[in-house]
Design a protein around this ligand. Structure first.
Ligand code: AP5
Length: 207
């Protein structure tokens, strides 16, 4: 199965995608994570996108589409596209190189989005997500999974959060109309286990 996960920043797309990918043996393709890895490793791509990402803007369609197309071509499994497409241009392009079986829209109000992003902590080493209030690590500042140090993403600062929400409403929310009847809504305000349960039930997936 190939999925697209749509929804505002901080809605829990990455959190659910990681669990679903591991449980069902499919690949989690997060454009944001690919860009962050490139920034961490100071590659040419990383240098090109760092300022855009830190400020909460969008990387160009051309660059992002080429990156996703290349990544999907290398996969031998189904996949979850987490954070792609994000513009109608990207969605049009995706039609030409992948078949999508389910488009999930994570529904969450702006106030909760802001609380989730403001409290997010990410492992520098393995990328696992935590939340200072909702899903804290056992030891503050340390990843339960690998012992790595937790940090706050540069784009989780208040000004960048505001910009990301604006960009989402302006450029990504129109994809809900673009996909129309294909959209499967998920109530992203529930606890992570309940969000997973709703996803599994809506797609009739077995464990
Ligand atoms: P990206 O990394 O994709 O950021 P995003 O879409 O803004 O999504 P987030 O990662 O912020 O949130 P999420 O929905 O995955 O939530 P999460 O699971 O972490 O993109 C970053 C940047 O890269 C973009 O701004 C852009 O610059 C660039 N980019 C990426 N893709 C692009 C594209 N296609 N085109 C152009 N540019 C692109 O959860 C958030 C927090 O809430 C965590 O702390 C988590 O622990 C907690 N949480 C999660 N679920 C729950 C729950 N159910 N209950 C309570 N807490 C929860």
């Amino acid at each position: 199965m190939n999925f697209v996960f749509l929804g505002p920043p901080g809605a829990g797309k990455g959190t659910l995608a990681a669990v679903v990918a591991s449980r069902f043996g499919i690949s989690h393709v997060s454009t944001g994570a690919i860009f962050r890895e490139a920034i961490k490793n100071q590659t040419e791509l990383g240098k090109k996108v760092k300022a855009i990402i830190d400020s909460g803007g969008l990387v160009s369609d051309d660059l992002t589409v080429a990156l996703v197309q290349e990544r999907l071509a290398s996969l031998k499994t189904g996949f979850i596209l987490d954070g792609f497409p994000r513009t109608t241009g990207q969605a049009e392009a995706l039609k030409n190189f992948a078949k999508i079986d389910g488009v999930v829209n994570f529904e969450l109000d702006d106030d909760t989005v802001i609380r989730r992003l403001a409290g997010r902590r990410v492992c520098k080493n393995c990328g696992k997500n935590y939340h200072a209030e909702f899903t804290p690590p056992k030891v503050e500042g340390t990843c339960d999974a690998c012992g790595g140090e937790l940090y706050i993403r540069d784009d989780d600062k208040p000004e960048a959060i505001r910009k990301r929400l604006m960009v989402y409403n302006d450029q990504t929310a129109p994809l809900i109309e673009f996909y129309g009847d294909e959209i499967v809504p998920i109530d992203a305000s529930k606890a992570p286990d309940e969000v997973l349960e709703e996803f599994v039930s809506k797609f009739n997936l077995n464990n």
